[in-house]
Design a protein around this ligand. Structure first.
Ligand code: ADP
Length: 922
């Protein structure tokens, strides 16, 4: 402030006169200019002094006040720090010696006793008060500033501590001697020290001498470098290595000299472990990528290779590093491969899903086939950063597949070939003649080998030697086109190696024939050779079989001839009634044996006829009961002879079947006879019949010798006999069951034999189809048992013609006994001559006559108009239906097989002659 400035003075005093007096004193005693604000009360003065701050503090000059004394006024002015808001000068009454010091202590800057008032004193007091107030004030502000600074320091320290305590890292500071003077909570917790313990502690005490040595060395480097050093430090805590990443820097004083090392350490142990694990993973992945046969590659959005595994070198011959940062196109890869990859990469980026590819790469070693996937790799934000490609070389697999396919194709080819060869073989073996075999061979060989033309030529020698030629042409081949291309020939040879002929192919499918074709043709020729051999054997077998049948037929016929006079003789003996006692028994025995023999001969003939297909059934609607009755009729004597008990279970209702009564009766009778034969005396035989579904089922069961398991399947074979000695003892040829089976089958039925073994009895079950309508209707006949008694017939003239003299004579004798007039002749011409002059009513004519056959004789008789009405009966050993047809064609009225049953003959004569006789004759 300069003297030119104005001093503001608040003049407080109740007396106006005093205030004016004082103003004058002050103006006159000072060089200063004053500006006065007057206050007539203490309150007003307080208001002025504590009012808003003006340009500079006013000076309060107080003299006597009515409302409060000076002490009170100061008391109310004084603030918390014991300071007044402005300098205060008090004019005290008297000299102020008592009150003055009190006022100064209370806070006034000066006082003046009234007694001492003068312009000069007053001016000095006011001016000095200003200076004193200002000085006091200044001192007080300095103290405030110091305290404030200290407070700020404390706050800063607290803040620092809070910050470093809050840090996860370990924070510390050590002086040059290595003593910690600043640590944070994390550090202390880590080393296990309290704040007090930490203060001044050394690394040696904390970590031990070895670690401390290292730490110390690093601290010294920091101090020497004078800058921030980041280093990794290892300590051992509780026996475990702990890794820290430490940032250390020197603390410098104002002169720039380091006085401490400060550090921030982060425990990176788990980070290091993670890193180590990560590195191990990476190494593993790298090893995997380097060693997998697949190519792994990673592409960025610009389709550049970011990574590629070592396998790429195998594919392209270029090392992986060549690829990094470049696209396939930039690498000059083939255009189609680039297109394939680029499409897949783009699609993987755009569609965010894996893409499958397959491509071929022309590698140095030939085309390599690859398949693979381009897979999008999602980054942290779910964005696709890269596309990873995994490419697999399928070349080997493809090659293996091709090999397998080729092998499979070959196998299929051979399987087809085999099947066709087998088929050809079947066809050859099914062929029974050389011509057929030649045809089959020619055709099959051409078809199997795909030739255009095949020719087989065979030369057969022996009886009926001849040459056979067979030709087979492809569908589009012209028979006249000359053979072209190579010729493939294979020879056919007989069992002893003799040549039989050859088969020749021309026009192979590919022009040439292969080695395999040759093998196939040779094989076919070999099959055909065997076939020819078989055909030859078959022909001779058939011939032998035919001869056997012929022989059997002839044998039967020849046997019948001698049987005829025996039967006639026995009949004569029977009818003459002359024999009694042992002679009669002998005659009866001879009759039984004769009947047996006749049956054997009949069976023999039947078997040979059936096997030659020469049996016709005389089918008619008949009841099962009639069949059984008829069968029982002929079997009963045998059953009774052995005293067997016959048990029957027959249906009460008629069971209708379509069949040949005689033949079916023969079937059942045969079974019954066997049962009687193969069951020891007094056995049990059961005959049952019933309807089962669409069948009439007949069972013949006995408790006899039974049949062993191994024999069971063969009992129906021709000439099969289980026990030859037994069968022979029982008088059999082993043809009965064979005949039975054939007859049953001719009727559309079947037969089954069962036995639990030897001594266990047997059961034969015959099934016959039921008639379509099971009612008696057209032509149904009941059984008509034959009987010795025949209708008596009026005597007539009978001519017997047979070259077997005994046969002719015995028949004549028997007819004579019956009262007929009989003549005998032994050949055809004699028969014709006798007929013409003697005029018999009937002629019994043998067929197998010497010179002129019976047929011829019959024809001539029939052609003679004078012989009309003559009964012409064939009496012959030949009894087939064929024979019967032939005799009917020759003009015979009847056909009887030898040995003729007298009753049958009598009935025939009776019925015929009764019809022929004139009605009025009697
Ligand atoms: P055979 O003329 O020998 O009787 P078959 O053809 O009738 O000829 O029978 C063949 C064989 O079957 C017989 O030899 C016999 O061993 C056996 N056989 C047939 N029927 C019976 C039966 N009821 N019990 C035991 N064995 C039987």
């Amino acid at each position: 402030m300069t003297t030119g400035d104005v001093l503001q003075v608040i003049l407080a005093g109740s007396s106006l006169a005093d205030r004016q007096w004082i103003i004058e004193l002050l103006r006159s005693g000072s060089r200063w200019r004053f500006e006065f604000t007057e206050a007539d009360t203490g309150e007003a003065a307080l208001l002025q002094a504590q009012g808003p701050t003006r340009g500079s503090e006013p000076i309060l000059l107080a003299c006597a006040l009515a409302d409060m004394d000076a002490m009170r006024l100061i008391g109310r002015l004084i603030d918390a720090q014991g300071l007044t808001p402005c300098p205060v000068v008090v004019i005290t009454p008297g000299n102020g010696r008592d009150l003055g010091p009190v006022l100064l202590r209370a806070g006034a800057q000066d006082y003046i006793g009234e007694e001492w008032l003068s312009p000069f004193v007053l001016a000095r007091a006011v001016e000095n008060a200003r200076v004193r107030w200002a000085t006091e004030r200044g001192l007080s502000e300095q103290e405030d500033a110091r305290q404030q600074a200290e407070e700020q320091l404390r706050q800063a320290q607290r803040l620092t501590q809070t910050i470093i305590d809050g840090a996860g890292a370990l924070v510390f500071a050590k002086d040059l001697a290595g003593r910690y003077f600043l640590t944070n909570r994390a550090w202390r917790e880590r080393v296990g020290l309290s704040e007090q313990q930490a203060d001044g502690v050394t690394d040696e005490a904390v970590y031990g001498p070895l670690v401390a040595q290292d730490v110390r060395r690093s601290d010294e480097q920091v101090l020497a470098s004078g800058r921030l050093v980041v280093a990794e430090e290892t300590t051992f805590e509780r026996g475990q290595a702990v890794y820290y990443l430490s940032s250390k820097f020197p603390l410098l004083d104002e002169t720039g000299n380091p006085y401490a090392v400060c550090g921030v350490s982060t425990d990176v142990t788990s980070l290091k472990e993670t890193q180590a694990a990560l590195q191990a993973r990476e190494r593993e992945l790298q090893t995997l990528a380097d060693n997998t046969p697949d190519i792994l590659a990673r592409f960025d959005r610009q389709m550049r290779h970011v990574f590629v595994s070592a396998a790429i070198e195998r594919m392209t011959g270029r090392p992986p590093q060549d690829f990094i940062g470049r696209t396939a196109r930039e690498l000059g890869m083939p255009a189609d491969l680039c297109d394939c990859w680029e499409n897949a990469i783009q699609a993987a980026f755009q569609e965010a899903c894996a893409q499958t590819v397959a491509f071929t790469y022309e590698a140095a070693g030939g085309p390599a086939h690859f398949s693979g996937r381009f897979v999008p790799e999602f980054g942290s934000e779910d964005a696709i950063d890269h596309v990873l490609a995994v490419l697999h070389d399928d070349t080997e697999q493809k090659r293996a597949e091709q090999d397998i396919n080729r092998l499979l194709e070959e196998e299929r080819h051979y399987a087809r070939l085999l099947a066709r060869m087998a088929q050809a073989s079947r066809l050859v073996h099914a062929s029974l003649s050389a011509d057929e075999i030649a045809q089959v061979l020619t055709h099959q060989a051409r078809e199997i080998l795909g030739a255009r033309r095949a020719i087989t030529q065979l030369t057969l020698d022996g009886p009926g030697a001849r040459t056979i030629q067979a030709v087979s042409l492809a569908a589009d081949a012209n028979p006249n086109e000359p053979p072209h291309g190579t010729v493939l020939t294979a020879s056919l040879t007989g069992k002893a190696g003799e040549p039989l002929g050859h088969v020749q192919l021309t026009g192979g499918p590919y022009g040439e024939f292969t080695h395999e074709d040759r093998t196939v043709l040779m094989q076919l020729a070999a099959i055909a050779s065997t076939g020819l051999e078989n055909a030859r054997l078959y022909a001779s077998l058939r011939e032998a079989d035919h001869r056997k049948d012929e022989f059997l037929a002839t044998l039967a016929h020849e046997l019948r001839n001698p049987l005829a006079p025996i039967r006639n003789g026995l009949e004569i003996l029977h009818r003459s009634g002359q024999l009694t006692g042992p002679a009669a028994r002998a005659r009866d025995m001879m009759e039984r044996q004769l009947a047996h023999m006749v049956r054997l001969v009949d069976d023999l003939l039947d078997v040979s006829r059936i096997s030659r297909g020469k049996v016709d059934l005389r089918l008619m609607r008949l009841t099962l009961q009639s069949v059984l009755e008829s069968a029982l009729e002929s079997s009963r004597p045998a059953i009774e002879a052995s005293r067997h008990r016959l048990v029957m279970q027959l249906p009460t209702e008629p069971v209708w079947i379509d069949g040949d009564l005689t033949r079916l009766a023969q079937v059942v009778s045969n079974l019954l006879n066997n049962a009687a034969k193969y069951t020891p005396a007094s056995g049990r035989i059961e005959l049952s019949a019933q309807v089962e579904g669409p069948y009439a089922v007949i069972c013949v069961t006995d408790n006899g010798t039974g049949i062993s398991t191994d024999m069971l399947p063969r009992v129906f074979d021709l000439f099969a006999q289980v026990d030859h000695t037994l069968a022979r003892a029982q008088g059999g040829l082993g043809i009965g069951l064979s005949l039975v089976k054939k007859l049953v089958e001719l009727h559309g039925g079947d037969i089954r034999a069962e036995s639990r073994g030897l001594g266990q009895g047997s059961r034969f079950t015959v099934r016959l189809p039921l008639a379509a309508r099971t009612t008696a209707d057209d032509g149904a006949v009941p059984a008509s048992p034959t009987s010795r008694s025949a209708p008596s017939v009026a005597p007539c003239r009978v001519l017997v013609c047979d070259d077997n003299v005994d046969g002719a004579e015995s028949l004549a004798l028997m007819l004579g006994l019956l009262g007929h007039e009989v003549r005998t002749v032994h050949d055809g011409p004699a028969a014709l001559a006798t007929v013409r002059h003697w005029r018999p009513d009937a002629v019994l004519l043998d067929i197998g006559l010497p010179g002129m056959s019976g047929y011829e004789v019959a024809r001539q008789m029939r052609s003679d108009p004078h012989l009309r009405g003559l009964l012409l009966v064939a009496v012959t050993g030949w009894g087939t239906q064929d024979d019967q047809r032939r005799s009917a064609a020759a003009g015979f009225d009847q056909h009887l097989t030898k040995p003729v049953e007298v009753t049958a003959l009598e009935s025939l004569l009776a019925s015929r002659l009764a019809r022929a006789a004139p009605p009025a004759a009697g």
